[in-house]
Design a protein. Structure first.
Ligand code: KDG
Ligand code: MG
Length: 409
């Protein structure tokens, strides 16, 4: 089954997405996601100039061989641009293989290990009453696990907190990438944050009781000892996980955090290969793997990382914000359903325009996602709708401390 053509589509319904569509000589099509938030055109150019020409004429069934060809053949290994491009090819080829087999993709990954995929949503607020309202809205939508992000007194703008309260609870409206020629500047004060955050979790636990799984994202902003202190101070509130507590390219930092706290740790949304997890998994320094299928070389590579993690009782927590397109989300859901060591899936929900461009068969009901039973991934791209929303420059924000020093956001 030879690859006849491959097309890179950059569209911007609600936000920017980079999509690869591969077509075989038999007329089957497969979709892959290569969206790299704020750096979309780098991934698109890598695909268009350095990957698509190499795909034409290859056997679409040879997924592992094509993965190794793109990874080893480039000589320049790893990195977010390369791995997002390889991911798009890998997922598109799995989509084609499953369509050719007439099966939903999860069947080719071993079949379902569960009936539904527990998802967590993002609650946030500028103060405690707003956070409690946001949690209530998420519970009404069916969510059974909720991430809590909060503004901090004395800090004007903080990542993960909606600028406006969501309108009527219909959809969480926070999107960190802003459409503008330059990134927005936010500010940061770690001491103020460390003082404030336990009071927020105390209020949420008092209101909603001990059962509800609660999560929090530290977004790489702490030093190891600060992260250790945060984990310890949140122990009374029984978090499901504390995410990205330090900039984890220094894997050894997590050893120190681990020595001081039993709060479960999740990490990895900016990682792109198994090597980023080598120490973390082998020494059991984390509890959840946070990579996205889209940024880690696709289903083939993510499955290997999760199989390695499974040997150490480490579970999945696949990245699923709105910058993972419906194609990337569907790929995650097929994997989530099939693997044994599933933990939880992030699910922020896309906007209406995105859902017009990407027609999906996955569902969200009573807090559980399911990829659906369509052959392949279960996502189709409307090329005309995509063309109606061309690329618009958009950037993630950045942080400065009070003295002007740039800090992780
Ligand atoms: O592109 C970056 C966002 O996806 C990221 O900020 C979202 O931290 C995030 C999360 O946990 O979803
Ligand atoms: Mg995160």
């Amino acid at each position: 089954m030879k690859i006849k053509s491959a097309e890179v589509i950059v569209s911007s319904p609600d936000r920017n997405f980079v999509t690869l569509q591969i077509t075989t000589e038999d007329g089957l099509t497969g979709l892959g996601d290569a969206t790299l938030n704020g750096r979309e055109l780098a991934a698109a150019a890598y695909l268009e100039h350095h990957v698509v020409p190499l795909l034409i004429g290859r056997d679409a069934h040879r997924i592992e061989d094509t993965w190794q060809f793109l990874y080893r053949g480039a000589y320049w290994r790893r990195g977010p641009v390369t791995m997002a491009a390889i991911a798009a090819v890998d997922v598109a080829l799995w989509d084609i293989k499953a369509k050719a087999a007439g099966m939903p993709l999860y069947q080719l990954l071993g079949g379902a290990s569960r009936d539904g995929i527990r998802a967590y949503g993002h609650a946030s607020g500028r103060d405690i009453p707003e956070i409690l309202d946001s949690v209530r809205e998420h519970l009404e939508l069916g969510y059974k696990a909720i991430r809590i992000q909060t503004a901090v007194p004395g800090i004007d703008a903080v990542y993960g907190v909606a600028a406006q309260p969501s309108a009527g609870g219909t959809r969480y409206d926070y999107e960190p990438a802003q459409r503008a020629a330059l990134p927005a500047e936010e500010d940061w004060d770690t001491r103020a944050y460390l003082r404030h955050i336990p009071t927020v979790f105390e209020a949420v636990r008092n209101e909603f009781g001990p059962e509800l799984p609660l999560l929090h994202d530290g977004h790489h902003r702490m030093t190891p000892i600060e992260a250790a202190r945060l984990g310890k101070s949140l122990e009374p509130y029984d978090l499901f996980w504390l995410e990205d507590c330090t900039p984890a390219e220094n894997q050894d930092a997590l050893r120190l955090v681990r020595q001081h706290t039993t709060t479960p740790l999740a990490i990895g949304e900016v990682f792109n290969t198994v090597f980023d997890y080598q120490t973390l998994i082998r020494e059991q320094l984390i509890d959840y793997v946070r990579s996205a299928v889209t940024h880690t070389g696709g289903i083939s590579a993510m499955k290997k990382i999760l199989d390695y993690a499974a040997q150490y009782q480490i579970k999945s927590g696949i990245h699923g914000p709105t910058d993972i397109s419906p194609v990337g989300m569907a790929a995650a859901l097929h994997l989530d359903l099939a693997i044994h060591n599933f933990g939880i899936q992030e699910y922020m929900r896309h906007g209406d325009l995105t859902n017009e461009v990407f027609q999906q068969s996955f569902s969200f009901k009573d807090g559980y996602l399911h990829p659906g039973e369509q052959p392949g991934l279960g996502v189709e791209l409307d090329l005309d709708a995509a063309a109606a929303h061309p690329y618009t420059p958009a950037y993630l924000p950045f942080n400065r401390l009070k003295d002007g020093t740039i800090h992780d956001w």
